[in-house]
Design a protein around this ligand. Structure first.
Ligand code: NDP
Ligand code: HSE
Length: 450
C-alpha cells in the first residue's frame, strides 16, 4: 500500500477502552508535533467498539463510530488497524483479517502475540504489512525498540523485568500500607492497570506473555509461551516478604529470559516468570507501585535498565502512537528493508530450546518450619550437600518469637547459591520427608542480577 504525498495516515481503532481512549486523546493533543515527526498527519478516522455510545463520548464528531469491527477492516480508506480489544478470541480473527485485507496492524495485545505470534507474523510477512506491538511489553517503556534496534549489536545474555504493573502495585501496597491483597487488586482494576481477567495478572500469565515476546526478540527464537514457566504472586505470604527484607532482599514478580551457557556452550533459553528475591541495593528492587522496569544484559553494552509506567491509558497510548509514527515513516519502504518483527530475519531464527524448569539454574530462598531440636539444621544442610547445593546464609528465628513463649517450633530460613532447579526439587522432597519439618517448605527463587 503506498500513500499519496502528505495524505494523513488513516487509522481504524478496534476497541476504545482504557488504551484506545488514551490513544485517541494523545494523538489529538499532540497532532502537530506528531505530524512534524512522522512527515504525515495521523488521524483516527474510524472506531469500532461494542459500546458505541461510550465511544462517541470519547471521539465526538472526529471519527465514524461503528459497532462492527469488520466494517473498519473492510474500509479501503483505512491504512492501519489498531487492535485494542484484547484476548485471543475475536482479536485474533480481526488481526488476521486486517492483515489479509492488506492493512498494517498495531496491537497492545501481548496475550495474542505470545500465543499466536508465529502465525500472525507469517501472515503479515506474506502480505508485506507491518505488525507493531511496542505497547504489548511494559506499556510506555520503549523496550521492544531498545531490544530490537538500540541493542542490536549485542549478544543478549539475559533480560529480567518487572513487567506487570498490577502485581508490582499489589506487592508494594501490601508491604508499605499493610493492605489486604483483595483491596489492592480492586484498586488496580479501578486504575485500569489490571487485565479484563485479573487472574492473568496475579497468576503471572500476563508477565509470562511479555517475557515470551522479549525472549523471542532477545535471542532470535520463535514465540513459545507454551514452554514458559509461569508462577504468580497468589501463594506469596507476608511472612516471606518480611524475612526477605530482613536478609536484604525484596520480592518482585520477575519475567526472566536467559541464555544458559555451560562451559561456554549455549544449552538453551530459560523462560520463566515467578516471584523472585532481588537484593535491595539493586535499582530494580526499588521499582514500586505500577511502575515497570526491565534490565537487559548485553555482552558489549553491559547492564542497561529501562524504567517507566507499564500500564494505564496514556502511558500505553504513548507506545501505540509511537508505532503509528513508525508505520507512517516506513509506509513506502520495501518490506524486506524494514526491521524484522522479531529483530532477527525470519529465516535466521534459532532452534535453541526453551529449557524445562528443572534445568534452570538459580539460587533459592527456603523457609522451613521445623521442630526446634538438636540436629535438625545438620540434617537439612546434609541433604542440601548431598545434592551439591551450597548454602549462602542461614537465619534461625527464636522459637519463642515463632511459636510463642516456651514454644518448640521455629522457622529456618536458608539462602542457597546457584543450583539446577531439578537438584533443589530432589533436596526439597528429602527435606519435606523429615519428621522434624512440620509444614510445607516455602521456596522462592533468588536472582542477584549482578
Ligand atoms: P478495555 O477492556 O479497557 O478496552 C477494550 C475495549 O474493546 C472495550 O471498550 C470493549 O467494549 C471493546 N470491545 C470488546 N470486544 C469488541 C469487539 N468485538 N469489537 C469492538 N470492540 C470491542 O481494555 P484495555 O484498553 O485495558 O486493553 C486493550 C489491550 O491493551 C489489551 O490487549 C490489553 O492487554 C492491552 N494493554 C492494556 C494496558 C492497560 O494498561 N490497560 C497496558 C498494555 C497493554 P466493552 O467494554 O463493551 O466490552
Ligand atoms: N495488566 C497489565 C499490567 C497491563 O498490570 O501490567 C499492562 O500490560
Amino acid at each position: 500500500m503506498s500513500q499519496e504525498q502528505n495524505r494523513p495516515l488513516r487509522v481504524g481503532l478496534l476497541g476504545i477502552g482504557t488504551v484506545g481512549s488514551g490513544t485517541f486523546t494523545v494523538l489529538k493533543r499532540n497532532q502537530e508535533e506528531i505530524r512534524r515527526r512522522a512527515g504525515h498527519g495521523i488521524e483516527i478516522t474510524m472506531v469500532a467498539d461494542l459500546n458505541t455510545e461510550r465511544a462517541r463520548e470519547v471521539v465526538g464528531d472526529a471519527a465514524q463510530v461503528v459497532a462492527d469491527a469488520r466494517q473498519v477492516i473492510a474500509n479501503p480508506d483505512i491504512d492501519v488497524v489498531v487492535e485494542l480489544i484484547g484476548g485471543y478470541g475475536i482479536a485474533k480473527a480481526l488481526v488476521l483479517e486486517a492483515i489479509a485485507a492488506g492493512k498494517h496492524v498495531v496491537t497492545a495485545n501481548k496475550a495474542l502475540l505470545a500465543v499466536h505470534g508465529t502465525e500472525i507474523f507469517a501472515a503479515a510477512r506474506e502480505k508485506g504489512v507491518m505488525v507493531a506491538f511496542e505497547a504489548a511489553v511494559a506499556g510506555g517503556i520503549p523496550i521492544i525498540k531498545a531490544l530490537r534496534e538500540g541493542l542490536t549489536a549485542n549478544q543478549i545474555q539475559w533480560v529480567a523485568g518487572i513487567i506487570n504493573g498490577t502485581t508490582n502495585f499489589i506487592l508494594s501496597e501490601m508491604r508499605d500500607k499493610g493492605l489486604d491483597f483483595d483491596v489492592v487488586l480492586k484498586e488496580a482494576q479501578r486504575l485500569g492497570y489490571a487485565e479484563a481477567d485479573p487472574t492473568f495478572d496475579i497468576e503471572g500469565v500476563d508477565a509470562a506473555h511479555k517475557a515470551t515476546l522479549m525472549s523471542a526478540i532477545a535471542f532470535g527464537v520463535p514465540v513459545q509461551f507454551d514452554k514458559a514457566h509461569v508462577e504468580g504472586i497468589t501463594k506469596l505470604s507476608a511472612t516471606d516478604i518480611k524475612y526477605a527484607e530482613q536478609l536484604g532482599y525484596r520480592i518482585k514478580l520477575l519475567g526472566i529470559a536467559r541464555r544458559q551457557e555451560i562451559n561456554g556452550k549455549v544449552v538453551g533459553i530459560e523462560l520463566r516468570t515467578h516471584p523472585t528475591l532481588v537484593p535491595m541495593r539493586r535499582l530494580i528492587a526499588n521499582v514500586e507501585g505500577a511502575m515497570n522496569a526491565v534490565m537487559v544484559q548485553g555482552d558489549a553494552v553491559g547492564t542497561t535498565m529501562y524504567y517507566g509506567k507499564g500500564a494505564g491509558s496514556e502511558p500505553t497510548a504513548s507506545a501505540v502512537v509511537a508505532d503509528l509514527v513508525d508505520i507512517a515513516r516506513l509506509l513506502d519502504v520495501d518490506p524486506a528493508a524494514r526491521v524484522p518483527y522479531l529483530a532477527f530475519q525470519p529465516d535466521a531464527l534459532s532452534k535453541m530450546p526453551i529449557l524445562p524448569i528443572d534445568e534452570v539454574v538459580t539460587s533459592f530462598y527456603l523457609r522451613l518450619h521445623v521442630a526446634d531440636e538438636a540436629g535438625v539444621l545438620a540434617k537439612i544442610t546434609g541433604i542440601l550437600a548431598e545434592q551439591g547445593i551450597s548454602i549462602d546464609a542461614v537465619l534461625q528465628r527464636e522459637a519463642d518469637e515463632v511459636s510463642g513463649e516456651g514454644g518448640n517450633q521455629t522457622d529456618l530460613i536458608i539462602l542457597t547459591h546457584e543450583t539446577k532447579e531439578g537438584r533443589m526439587n530432589t533436596a526439597l522432597a528429602a527435606m519435606q520427608a523429615l519428621p522434624t519439618v512440620l509444614a510445607p517448605i516455602v521456596r522462592v527463587r533468588k536472582e542477584e542480577l549482578a
